[in-house]
Design a protein around this ligand. Structure first.
Ligand SMILES: Cc1cc2nc3c(=O)[nH]c(=O)nc-3n(C[C@H](O)[C@H](O)[C@H](O)COP(=O)(O)O)c2cc1C
Length: 309
């Protein structure tokens, strides 16, 4: 039996009911029950803001172009006044959309929405999705063809790039969670910002997606065992380790070469991964040499010869 707004009393159920009514049945006025009159929606960091009426119009426009549109909520988390939703939409393009005449093509787009409640209704929301998926499906861009480079060749290229190894962690409602990540980079120093890329298939991913803060532990050369634990799918990867929560609650591993706590800013859906960007809110490093990862192997940097320059 489908949920009706009258019977949906708690926030997640009311949101799911309104979402289903608006996106899947085109009953956009159902959103009035869950979005405040002053509601504002933003797409991406630089996206233009939409008000409630504008949002409803855009749903109607999408549904006109994709009449069999089906949007599924894959995960919905309410934490106090904050809301996170992971969603996936499918539909066939049978009417003009973004100036593109009907292509008849099936389209699939996934993304995430982060919102804030004021009382019983949502006042602001930011949405992120992989627009490349949509643009490619409509034939507006053709990166799939241009990027049709053999995957093994690309892998071979990546093996030439040397990285360290980090363990990205979060406190998931009292349970420490984490995985090994070498896709870590500094973005800027002022303000101090970094990013990590995490595959959506990782069992740590949902916890990271709902987190406000993450820990990034840069492993030391003698922490190969730790790297192996966090590159596996164990249920309690922290059991045999010494660790403690940082100032902002993210699990920090003893004996790492350096560590950061990061307040998550953007969660960008890109290909099979989510790119988490954020602001560094605590930092520390030791004298220990970092563990090095290159060409699928691990190395101790203190054994390498420095080059003069
Ligand atoms: C050196 C190394 C680097 C890795 N880097 C990443 C990465 O950047 N992003 C990612 O999603 N997975 C990365 N992985 C793979 C994950 O650590 C691995 O899939 C792990 O089992 C995920 O655990 P989970 O499913 O419990 O989260 C890396 C693994 C190794 C060994």
């Amino acid at each position: 039996m489908s949920l009706t707004l009258e019977h949906a009393t708690d926030r997640p159920a009311r949101l799911r009911a309104a979402w289903d009514a608006a996106w899947n049945r085109g009953e956009v006025d159902a959103l009035d029950a869950v979005l405040s009159p002053g509601y504002v929606r933003r797409r991406g960091p630089a996206g233009t803001a939409q008000d409630r009426a504008g949002f409803k119009d855009s749903i109607s426009a999408v549904r006109e172009a994709f009449p069999d549109l089906h949007t599924e909520i894959e995960d919905l988390v309410v934490d106090g006044d904050r809301l996170a939703v992971r969603w996936r939409s499918t539909g066939r393009h049978t009417d003009t959309f973004m100036g593109v005449p009907p292509t008849g093509r099936p389209v699939e787009v996934s993304g995430a929405t982060f919102a804030r409640f004021d009382g019983d209704t949502v006042t602001e929301e930011s949405v992120t999705f992989d627009s490349r998926q949509l643009l490619e499906a409509l034939g507006i861009i053709t990166t799939a063809h241009e990027a049709a480079v053999d995957a093994d060749l690309v892998k071979g290229v990546h093996r030439k790039f040397i990285t360290g190894v980090t363990v990205v962690t979060t406190d998931d409602d009292g349970t420490p969670k984490g995985l090994a990540v070498n896709a870590f980079s500094s973005i800027s120093l002022d303000p101090p910002m970094v990013l990590v890329c995490v595959q959506r298939s990782s069992s740590t991913h949902p916890a990271l997606h709902r987190a406000t803060h993450i820990g990034i532990n840069i492993l030391a050369a003698d922490q190969l065992d730790v790297a192996k634990v966090f590159a596996s799918k164990g249920t309690d990867k922290f059991a045999a380790l010494d660790w403690a929560p940082g100032e902002h609650g993210a699990p920090l591993l003893d004996g790492s070469a350096a560590r950061l706590e990061v307040e998550i800013g953007e969660r960008l859906e890109a290909g099979s991964h989510t790119v988490f960007t954020g602001r560094v809110v605590s930092a520390g490093h030791s004298e220990l040499a970092p563990l090095v990862y290159s060409g699928g192997g691990f190395f101790d940097i203190s054994q390498t010869a420095p080059l003069p320059w």
